[in-house]
Design a protein. Structure first.
Length: 320
């Protein structure tokens, strides 16, 4: 069997992909999850493409080290058949397929490995697992956290006119929303934003006397880092909770650095969520204690307004 050079095949495929007469790709343009696309189309490929699909499914980890000729030989098909298979998955060619597969495998490895669902004792209930993760995370935090770092952040908050809390994504946005909820009760105008575009705009309105408080588990989110840089440029104070040696840690004027490894068991809660909330509560407590007369009066007013609203006078969380 005579095969065309890889470069020729790729070029022809790319030209065909760009042609206005080209039919839609089965996997969808710009497919980002080739493993799902492969599973969804399994059994629906043309006969020769199915041979490639079956081989790829059984040798996912080996594909990254193969050339198009290697894969064609292993499947006993032609190189054009391999290209058609790649295009059926929504990729522009074999190189594009390999890149997407490598990226997909890197992200999916945690969920496809045996360690993702570890064997646990029968007595280890869900509540035991969650509490165990909580203890471990908070224990790690206590070993790393220095009170002097929190004192610097506390002093800045005591001098601020307003605080804008911001986090992007599920965990961080939840933490910053709760932070705004905690600090407004202490008499400090506090707001929360989780939209990346709105965050850039809000950061640009801050200035001297204002505080931008950012939370990011990764410390690398572009929207978060960008907001810190914008606020810094206008003279605002920037505080962050994030991992050390990250872009956000460098960008913020007052970084609170915590490095808590995430559990490899995929069904357990995110460990950083616990420690971030502990830090927020510790800061709110220290601010309240430092400005006790002001915060006590604010809390009294809030409680009085709630009692007038629902009539309950017994001990209860404020605002709940």
């Amino acid at each position: 069997m005579t095969y065309e050079p890889d470069s020729t095949i790729e070029t022809q495929t790319q030209d065909a992909t760009n042609s206005p007469m080209q039919p839609p790709q089965k996997g969808g343009p710009g497919v980002f999850d080739v493993i799902s696309a492969l599973n969804n189309l399994d059994g629906k490929f043309a006969a020769q493409e199915q041979r490639v699909a079956t081989y790829v499914k059984n040798h996912l980890d080996a594909i990254s080290g193969m050339t198009i000729g290697d894969l064609a030989d292993h499947c006993e098909v032609s190189k054009p058949t391999v290209i058609r298979f790649c295009r059926s998955l929504g990729c522009s060619g074999f190189k594009d397929f390999k890149l997407r597969l490598v990226q997909n495998l890197a992200v999916s490895a945690q969920y496809m490995s045996a360690s993702a669902i570890p064997n646990l004792p029968d007595t280890d209930t869900a509540i035991d697992q969650v509490i165990g993760a909580l203890y471990a995370s908070v224990g790690t935090l206590r070993k790393q956290m220095q009170t002097s770092t929190l004192d610097v952040a506390k002093d800045a908050i005591l001098e601020t006119k307003q605080i804008l809390f911001a986090g992007i994504g599920g965990g961080s946005s939840m933490i910053t929303q709760e932070a705004a909820n905690r600090f407004f009760r202490l008499g400090i105008p506090s707001f929360h934003v989780s939209d990346s575009y709105l965050l850039q705009m809000r950061a640009a309105t801050l200035g001297p006397g204002d505080t931008l408080f950012l939370v990011s588990a990764s410390g690398e989110a572009d929207a978060i880092v960008g907001a810190a840089e914008i606020a810094n440029g206008y003279g605002a104070t920037t505080i962050c909770i994030t991992k050390p040696d990250t872009r956000l840690a460098t960008a913020a004027k007052i970084p609170i650095l915590i490095d808590v490894p995430e559990d490899r068991a995929i069904f357990k809660p995110t460990a950083s969520r616990y420690v971030h909330l502990v830090v927020i509560d510790a800061l709110a407590t220290s601010v309240a204690q430092e400005a006790a007369e002001t915060t006590k009066e604010n809390l009294r007013r809030i409680r009085a307004s709630l009692t007038a609203y629902h009539g309950r006078t017994g001990p209860q969380p404020l605002g709940d």
